[in-house]
Write a protein that binds this ligand. Structure first.
Ligand SMILES: Nc1ncnc2c1ncn2[C@@H]1O[C@H](COP(=O)(O)OP(=O)(O)OP(=O)(O)O)[C@@H](O)[C@H]1O
Ligand SMILES: [Mg+2]
Length: 298
């Protein structure tokens, strides 16, 4: 049974006195068991709208969403037991302590009462938040609130974890910790779907990606296959100072640059001698996810 099958789903918003927004136009996505799947796309592409529907917070206008074969609209409660969702917006129960919030959610998700304390401690230990167990949620820092949101999503040991920009506004060390946890959960059998604008992180983590733009899937599939397909005969490099005069053939791609490769030795010599002392990194071969992203969403 697939963790997620989205078939021909669409969603249009009708805000009062403002133009309608076609947030998703017939989107279909399939996620296989045990994968880490990146849902990527520019701001406003429709990612959070889709995630809102996967978590049962929004209803699709058309189409069908199945979580392990359960229809999210007609079998909402059963389907929700199998997923943990970390929404993009920080939501936390202002007046309650971390312990109280997690007790509430473990009860809501059917964690047996004799298991709750141990479960809460285990999740908070994983997220390095155990020392804040009796702190009120409203007194947590931004990064701690984000960790509490992840703790809420994990409290019932879901089989499928969905994270909407879990590392936005989070410091480098915590970002690495979150991704380590995601990797470990995946190795233990959890299927993961996440969104991020940090494409290097996605590149390191994802088996597969779905790229959406203007409410439509523009590309989906195995990341490595895509990188091979987009690989060009070129050298990718990054500079310390981007204001130096560029070689005529050099093209800029996001923060990186690209130099067409015809003959490795002379081309590399031309590049390194021209940018001498100014090259931060050099890559060749497979295209970076940033290159693919820009190419497909341009
Ligand atoms: N409740 C709503 N009412 C009206 N329009 C909405 C609503 N929710 C989302 N939209 C619109 O739907 C479109 C898709 O928004 P969505 O939040 O899904 O984008 P996103 O891909 O998650 O972007 P980001 O990367 O910035 O988080 C946007 O144009 C947004 O303004
Ligand atoms: Mg979003």
């Amino acid at each position: 049974m697939l963790p997620l099958l989205v078939s021909q789903v669409s969603k249009t918003f009708h805000p009062s006195k403002r133009p309608v927004v076609e947030a998703l136009k017939t989107v279909s996505i399939k996620i296989e068991q045990g994968k880490i799947h990146g849902l990527l796309g520019p701001n406003g592409a429709g990612k959070s709208t889709l995630i809102g529907m996967l978590s049962g917070m929004l209803l699709p206008d058309t189409g069908k969403i199945e979580i392990f074969g359960l229809d999210i609209v007609s079998d909402t409660l059963e389907a929700k037991k199998l997923i943990g969702v970390v929404p993009q917006e920080v939501t936390y129960e202002m007046a309650f302590t971390v312990r109280e919030v997690l007790h509430y959610f473990s009860g809501m998700h059917g964690v047996p009462s004799h298991e709750r304390n141990a479960r809460i401690e285990a999740v908070l230990t994983d997220l390095d938040l155990l020392d804040k167990i009796d702190e009120r949620a409203k007194h947590l820092s931004g990064g701690m609130k984000r960790r509490l949101m992840i703790a809420k999503a994990l409290i019932h040991k879901p089989k499928f974890l969905i994270l909407d920009e879990p590392t936005a506004g989070v410091d480098v060390a915590l970002r690495q910790k979150i991704w380590q946890l995601v990797r470990r959960l995946n190795q233990e059998g959890m299927t993961i779907l996440f969104t991020t604008h940090y494409l290097e992180e996605a590149e390191q983590l994802c088996d597969e990606i779905t790229l959406i733009n203007h409410g439509q899937v523009v590309r989906e599939g195995n990341l490595k296959d895509m990188q091979t397909e987009f690989a060009q005969n070129s050298i990718h490099f990054e500079l310390f100072d981007i204001n130096v005069p560029h070689l005529a053939e050099v093209k800029s791609i996001g923060v990186e640059f690209e130099y067409p490769l015809t003959d490795l030795g002379p081309d590399m010599h031309a590049l390194t001698s021209h940018y001498t002392g100014n090259i931060k990194s050099i890559k060749s071969g497979a295209a970076s996810l940033e290159t693919i992203f820009l190419e497909l969403t341009r």
